[in-house]
Design a binder for this molecule. Structure first.
Ligand code: AVJ
Length: 329
């Protein structure tokens, strides 16, 4: 029998909620926009291109760690969780990434969660062809405000019983988009999921600025395009009149907060108008579009402990650029 993935969409982020948030951000003294705005169809493709850039080390460093220590990670997962394994993938990504995980962990149920429901549908349909016997569930949701899955998604198909734990996979250092208090909340919610989840999470580490900055300001200009794309998005969403040529991509490291910040900087004095609003920008004034927090293995371990994860293990590369943590308890 050929299985079919099941899909569930939870509270799709409504256009008006996104628009309201963008309106408020543009009016703030330091103008800001949510990184959620990056991921429209073009933005998601630009992000995929970023992961191929020579300067963008996180994706390939993490992939190398998974390839090198995968067996070790799988053993840690097996000793922490009973069979059959439920695998929850946060921010699901593409076919190849998930497939590597299946071969490693042999889950009985794969639950893919992503803000972009359409992208998820394509991914799962493609994956199901390759893994015809694996139960797959797609959940379209924005878990940045709260991470909780409906019981029916995780329940056993025949008995309706809740799983005895699940493995939560949160790769790519996406946790870096959250400031420390939000990251703590997300980790606590992750731990509470499915009656006590184990977590396998990728974390980007603090490193010299001559490595860090080019990763967010590449010579080909892909990251600049990714950043500027939010202005196109606002023109559509808010009926705004941003001229992309008036704005310049900027990446800086905020040492005190230990984060990369991306901004869009006005090249000249200008006024932007949108439905129900307008704002003047002074020359060099910026719109803050993203934070990407960088951790040390010690500071991230302390965060996991604070979230209630008593057992931890982590793997890093020789250069100490990236870490994958496994946390339980
Ligand atoms: C998807 C949040 C992990 O912070 O490195 C890449 C997003 N922004 N280049 C990151 C991003 C600019 C990325 N995360």
């Amino acid at each position: 029998m050929l299985r079919r993935p099941t899909f569930l969409q939870i509270d799709p982020p409504s256009r008006s909620a996104l628009a309201e948030e963008a309106d408020a951000g543009l009016r703030a003294p330091q103008a800001w926009l949510s990184p959620k705005l990056f991921y429209d169809p073009l933005g998601s493709r630009l992000f995929d291109a970023i992961t191929e850039l020579p300067e963008y080390y996180p994706t390939r460093t993490e992939a190398a760690l998974m390839a090198r220590h995968g067996a070790d990670m799988a053993a840690a997962v097996r000793s922490a969780l009973p069979e059959p394994l439920t695998l929850v993938d946060l921010g699901a990504g593409n076919c190849t990434k998930a497939a590597a995980l299946f071969d490693l962990l042999e889950p009985a149920h794969y639950v893919a969660v992503d803000i972009s429901a359409d992208y998820l549908r394509n991914t799962l349909t493609c994956l199901q062809r390759e893994y015809p016997d694996l139960r797959m569930s797609g959940v379209g949701m924005d878990f940045s405000a709260r991470l909780a899955l409906p019981a029916e998604v995780l329940a056993d198909e025949r008995t309706g019983a809740a799983p005895q734990g699940a493995l939560l996979f949160y790769p790519g250092s996406s946790i870096g988009n959250f400031d420390p208090p939000e990251a703590l909340r997300l980790l606590r919610e992750a731990r509470a999921l499915a009656g006590g989840a184990a977590l396998l999470i990728g974390v980007d580490l603090i490193k010299p600025l001559d490595v860090l900055l080019p990763a967010y300001d590449d010579t080909l200009g892909v990251t600049a395009a990714f950043n500027l794309n939010v202005l196109r998005r606002l023109n559509a969403l808010l009926g705004a009149d941003f001229h992309l040529a008036d704005w310049q991509h900027e990446a800086r490291f905020n040492t005190a907060a230990s984060r990369i910040e991306m901004h869009l900087r006005a090249r000249t004095e200008l006024t932007v108008r949108w439905q129900g609003g307008e704002r003047r920008f002074a020359p060099a004034e910026t719109i803050h579009t993203e934070n990407s927090y960088k951790w040390t293995t010690e500071s991230f371990s302390a965060l996991l402990t604070e979230a209630g994860f008593a057992q931890q293990k982590h793997w890093t590369d020789e250069r100490g650029w990236f870490a994958v943590f496994m946390a339980t308890g």
